[in-house]
Write a protein that binds this ligand. Structure first.
Ligand code: NDP
Length: 351
């Protein structure tokens, strides 16, 4: 790799499920990566990326930064060419205080990172990890959407602090990023809006929502059945590649829906049963709606959520990501098989 092709790229939240793949891909293609972690003393959380760096041509530096500390990203972005801002809390259950747990870190964190970028004269590209939940809140929103397909022109207008607060946090953070971007000329903004990300993890961490979902399907948590919910799914390796291409492709621009296919929970379970026929804990049935209305609130599903999501199919247009970011989507069968295998090989499935 020639020196001029070698860039210095910041990835915020390098301990994360998706970010680890982004760091890996950048290092393997010879770029220098600076990543942030909340607590440098918790080395076991990011040891895997240090190991990746020792096997790659690119260099890796780690910095300490917290989304909630103004100025804490100033040092890491100084002199960098591009910044991939990915750190943000991803939680859809067990939220006690939506403002404090989700909205503040997402929005103030985005502002902190972009204000740090504005203090440099080197960064020319920012890639922000948003989500399809900045496009739609509930599945029922599709009824109000032109041609009943979610695309980059649509914004989530239905989430609130009380209903779908994670979706609200991603929507507000993305809006803040566009606002800050429009007020300056130095850097362009590329936004990645992934669906539900699945696929093998580079760590044995279990506290990521994506990993927890797959573990639950394979370990019997949903043995009695899955709710009739629909997901736009995408492979973690494709999401990482979209961020890398978003950072490096000069002409890339705008928002990008990143979804390979739309699958119901039961279709995901069926594909897993095909890949792992010996596993008899994988769900075989859809839970009846009346049961969910009865028991859902105990499991964190409000009636409002159920009414606005159960049995409603999602549809996404992913054509722009294929054209603008050269994404060649991995088939969900491969994503699910590879994810299950990784969990098995890492000893994370209960016998
Ligand atoms: P993870 O939970 O694996 O990673 C989240 C990262 O954010 C961690 O590195 C975490 O650091 C960091 N973080 C959280 N709060 C703070 C804070 N206050 N200060 C600094 N860092 C913080 O999640 P994913 O990899 O799944 O998600 C990464 C991004 O992708 C998020 O922006 C998420 O919203 C988005 N996304 C994820 C999807 C998915 O299906 N997984 C779908 C669409 C978007 P620490 O290790 O210290 O906790």
């Amino acid at each position: 790799m020639t020196k001029e092709l070698n860039k210095t790229i910041v990835v915020t939240g390098g301990t994360g499920y998706i970010a680890s793949w982004v760091v890996k891909k950048l290092l393997e293609s010879g770029h220098d990566v600076r990543t942030t972690v909340r607590d440098k003393s918790k080395k076991q959380k990011y040891e895997h990326i240090l190991n990746l760096a020792s096997e790659s041509t690119g260099n890796l530096e780690t910095f300490e930064a917290d989304l909630l500390n103004p100025g804490s990203f100033d040092e890491v972005v100084q002199g960098a060419d591009a910044v991939i801002h990915m750190a943000s809390p991803f939680k859809i259950s067990g939220i006690k205080n939506a403002q404090k747990d989700l909205i503040e870190p997402a929005v103030a964190g985005t502002r902190n990172v972009l204000e740090a970028v504005n203090k440099t004269n080197t960064v020319t590209r920012v890639v922000l990890t948003s989500s399809v939940v900045a496009i739609h809140g509930d599945a029922i929103d599709i009824e109000q959407t032109p041609e009943q397909v979610f695309n980059e022109r649509i914004w989530n207008e239905t989430s609130t602090e009380k209903h779908q607060p994670y979706a609200l946090s991603k929507t507000l953070a993305e809006k803040a990023a566009w606002e800050i971007n429009e007020a300056q000329q130095q850097w362009s903004l590329v936004v990645i809006n992934p669906g539900f990300v699945l696929g093998p993890s580079l760590t044995k961490r279990k506290d990521s929502t994506s990993i927890d979902f797959m573990l639950s399907l394979l370990s019997g948590k949903y043995k009695t059945g899955v709710p009739d919910l629909s997901f736009g799914v995408v492979d973690v390796r494709d999401v990482a590649q979209a961020h890398v291409n978003g950072a490096l492709k000069e002409q890339a621009s705008g928002r990008h829906v990143l979804v390979s296919d739309t699958l119901d929970a039961i279709q995901i379970a069926k594909k897993l049963r095909q890949a792992f026929p010996e596993n008899n804990k994988i769900p075989k049935k859809v839970l009846p709606s009346f049961l969910l209305y009865l028991l859902g609130p105990l499991q964190g599903f409000t009636w409002k959520f159920l009414k606005r999501n159960l049995g409603i199919k999602l549809r996404f247009d992913n054509s722009y990501s294929q054209k603008d970011l050269d994404i060649n989507y991995t088939k969900p069968d491969d994503t699910l098989r590879d994810h299950g295998k990784q969990l098995e090989e890492d000893g994370l499935l209960k016998k």
